[in-house]
Design a protein around this ligand. Sequence first.
Ligand code: ADP
Length: 204
Amino acid sequence: MEFNERQLQIIEIVKANEPITSEKIATLLNVTRSTLRTDLSILTKMNVLEARPKVGYCFMGDVVESRLPEVQQVKVQEIMSRSVAVDEKSSIYDAIVTMFLEDVGTIFVLSEGYLAGVISRKDFIKSAIGGADLNTIPVGIIMSRMPNIIVVSENETVIHGAKKLMQHEIDCLPVIQEQESGKMKVVGRLSKTNITDYFVDMFK
Ligand code: ADP
């Protein structure tokens, strides 16, 4: 993205004077504070500047750029969370209870301990629409199933996992270890929330 002339001036002022308040930036540019509001908001949203309460604006651009190579190397196993799974014979009702208790949006389904399918929030909602007795229907009936499940391994990069999430328009990937038999043991979950948390932590 290209910055306008005033945004470039603001960046130079903050670099030279950080931390600096918006009042001082306005004075140096000979404009009112409200004139700067939109530019400052764009620069903070883009993480070029950081607005520190009661301190002022600081320059962040170099921090973001300098950490990019590090970000590209991070492996799924470093940020994944615990797998939440039910057996394929579990009822839809029990799986919904698990989803609430574990506070997740996607549940993995196992058959004899190995990955068999995935159920999302909307899969559950769809199953409830017809008014069927959710206590009697097994999750195996409504899940998205193997071999159509998109997975990621522990040693793949987070960026690679994130691309899979975006490309397939899904919220969560089972993190798997593939066995010699071709079956997949689930060792974790990589969700959009994991990835967002990681970025927020990194640039704190
Ligand atoms: P929601 O449907 O609640 O918005 P998702 O976007 O994650 O949640 O899921 C969309 C559909 O894709 C659902 O039918 C779900 O079963 C399926 N799905 C979710 N995750 C995966 C995955 N890792 N591999 C294959 N299908 C998936």
